[in-house]
Design a protein around this ligand. Structure first.
Ligand SMILES: Cc1cc2nc3c(=O)[nH]c(=O)nc-3n(C[C@H](O)[C@H](O)[C@H](O)COP(=O)(O)OP(=O)(O)OC[C@H]3O[C@@H](n4cnc5c(N)ncnc54)[C@H](O)[C@@H]3O)c2cc1C
Length: 235
């Protein structure tokens, strides 16, 4: 796959550990919502990041988490910051993965995100909205603490104006002020659906979450051929 040069337009802190990165490609890029890109730090060091935007948008949006002690994403962020400061391009390979949105499916959709896995489900939710598909979409976003829900206001606004779109944030270690759902995000899905048989289920987040969710969902009727996650290739 050919790498494409992109200017780093901006790097903005969404939380103390998650940054939003906007890239401007030097030529049109082809991808489907739900795919990822690889940031080419060197010709042999390439790191995957879900694309949070949709093909209709001019800029590629990334959400990159750099928790303390995580050198994997910190190295990528340092590279992006360095190139941004120099006004020099980064190289990316776009349109990777096997867990992209299935636009032709007429099944209702469950989107399951753990932490920065939100980037992946956000793209798919926007693609369904842009295609004006009038079908139920349930977006579950699990985070360790409430502060990590960096797009909460936007999603609540979206749900308020679209009766087919439901947003369910799930906080693992909730403060006493949190009145929403708590616990592990996939357990919230298991609680809410008697059977998962009818649904297309897209998931992204920690690999452990994807593995546990896949097995638990299958036991509750989820069809393996209708569960999509790039993490499955790694576990
Ligand atoms: C193809 C690909 C694309 C990637 N894209 C990105 C990207 O765009 N941005 C990025 O930062 N990283 C990316 N990564 C790296 C990796 O997937 C993320 O670092 C990971 O999802 C980060 O999770 P988190 O620390 O934000 O979640 P955490 O804060 O660790 O967890 C969030 C929630 O997930 C659930 N959860 C966590 N662990 C478990 C468990 N063991 N069992 C059940 N539920 C659990 C809980 O509900 C928890 O609250 C990518 C990796 C690959 C392979």
């Amino acid at each position: 796959m050919n790498a494409i040069a992109c200017q780093v337009v901006s790097i903005e802190a969404l939380t103390p550990v998650v940054s939003k990165v906007l890239l401007a490609p030097s030529m049109p890029v082809q991808f489907t919502a739900g795919q990822y890109l690889q940031l080419c730090i060197t010709p042999t060091d390439k790191r995957p990041f879900s694309i949070a935007s949709i093909p209709e948008q001019a800029l590629l949006e990334l959400h990159i988490g750099t928790p303390e002690g995580d050198s994997w994403s910190s190295v990528a962020m340092s590279h992006l910051q360095q190139q941004h400061a120099l006004a020099a391009p980064v190289q990316v390979e776009v349109g990777l993965g096997q867990a992209q949105w299935h636009a032709q499916s007429d099944r209702p959709v469950i989107l399951l995100a753990g932490g920065t896995g939100f980037s992946y489900v956000y793209s798919i939710a926007m693609a369904i909205e842009a295609a004006k598909q009038n079908k139920p979409v349930f977006l579950y976003w699990g985070v360790r603490n409430e502060q990590a829900l960096y797009y909460q206001a936007e999603l609540e606004q979206w749900a308020a104006t679209n009766s087919k779109f439901r947003f369910i944030p799930v906080v693992q270690q909730a403060a006493t002020s949190w009145s929403g759902r708590t616990g592990l995000v996939h357990e919230a899905v298991l609680h809410d659906f008697v059977s998962l048989e009818a649904y297309d289920i897209y998931m992204a987040g920690p690999f452990a979450m994807a593995g546990v969710a896949r097995e638990a969902f299958a036991e509750q009727g989820g069809q393996r051929e209708h569960m999509f996650a790039d993490a499955f290739a790694y576990i």
